[in-house]
Design a protein around this ligand. Structure first.
Ligand code: AVJ
Length: 336
């Protein structure tokens, strides 16, 4: 087998799963890494904090709330595409696969495909441990015949899949256009790593948000109820808790806009005042009006994404979009 970890340390069965136990592999995305990474980002001329740090328990909850917002078209549009074309997708991926989902969150989208796909093993990978366990347990209970191996890991850095005994065909599911969170060069590196996890012939089913009217894009990241603002600000609450920091959430404002030049939504937190913040024993100075860049969400044309995938060693087998061409789902195969 390719890229298999030699027996993960904390491999155990989680509680409360009498019928279909979830096998849990904790690769420990660590607070030490978080400290180094956050401090390095806050020392840059344009301060930044990586979007993976949104997803503490509250952040995962707020993200689910975003997905249900009327302005946030990606989730329901992608689910529509999966529903409409799931059978074709399944035919491409084949039965009895080892199906890895990167950033599985609540594992809701995969449910649309499971009946058609019938994988042998479902392996959700997520950074948010409790949320991952809850979702994996719920899924295992709903699909009693499915082998579920939950992996707590940060997929944005290299990791190995836990060992499995059988040589299943491999497939990965990466929905939601989370690939758009990477800078283009990082996206290419990331896709190549996914390819190497899958091996030649492995399939990647990936959701990619499309370029469109900036007003539609901007509304999706500036919802009327302020859920996205709360999601953005919660990043600071997460850092306060995890890194013993003292960000005052009342002195930062959510700011999201589309940059046509870079073809991306940018989310920032703007400081309304000059201030000094303590973070993990260090002092960080913030000027009035200065921003912390918290997320980029790149938007692609179908062809641009195909070229990116090709540079990463993937061939495009098929692409599906909704009638309004808001969102796309690509089926790619790794050629190495
Ligand atoms: C899950 C990363 C794709 O960029 O649209 C939603 C996250 N941020 N609203 C996105 C998000 C603000 C989302 N991704």
């Amino acid at each position: 087998m390719r890229n298999l970890a030699p027996g993960t340390s904390a491999h155990r069965r989680s509680a409360d799963t009498a019928t279909n136990p979830v096998h849990f592999h904790d690769l420990h995305p660590t607070p030490a890494d978080m400290r180094t990474e956050v401090l390095a980002g806050l020392a840059l001329p344009q301060k930044r904090i990586a979007p993976k740090f949104f997803y503490d328990a509250e952040g995962s909850r707020l993200f689910d709330a975003i997905c249900a917002l009327p302005e946030y078209y990606p989730t329901r549009t992608e689910i529509g595409i999966l529903r409409r074309h799931g059978a074709e997708m399944a035919a491409r991926l084949g039965r009895d696969a080892l199906l890895v989902e990167l950033g599985s969150g609540s594992s809701l989208k995969i449910r649309v495909l499971l009946e058609a796909l019938r994988p042998a093993v479902y392996m959700p990978v997520d950074i948010s441990k409790d949320h991952l366990l809850r979702s994996a347990n719920a899924l295992a209970a709903a699909f009693p015949a499915l082998h579920v191996h939950a992996v707590c890991a940060d997929y944005s850095v290299p990791f190995a899949l836990p060992a499995d005994d059988h040589d299943h065909p491999r497939a990965a599911f990466f929905p939601g256009s989370s690939v758009g969170n990477f800078e283009p060069e990082d996206a290419e590196r990331f896709l190549r790593r996914v390819g190497d996890l899958l091996g030649p012939g492995g399939h990647l089913l990936i959701g990619v948000d499309l370029v469109k009217d900036p007003r539609v894009l901007e509304a999706a990241y500036n919802d009327a109820d302020g859920v996205t603002a709360a999601f953005n600000l919660n990043l600071l609450a997460h850092i306060n808790r995890e890194l013993d920091a003292d960000f005052d959430l009342n002195t930062f404002r959510h700011n999201a806009f589309f940059s046509a030049e870079q073809s991306r939504i940018e989310m920032h937190l703007l400081s309304t005042q000059g201030q000094q913040v303590r973070v993990a024993g260090q002092t960080v100075s913030v000027r009035a009006g200065e921003s912390i860049h918290t997320e980029s969400s790149y938007k692609f044309s179908v062809d641009d994404f195909r070229s990116l995938a090709r540079r990463a060693g993937f061939e495009s087998e098929q692409v599906w979009t909704d009638p309004e061409a808001l969102f796309s789902v690509h089926c790619l195969v790794y050629r190495a």
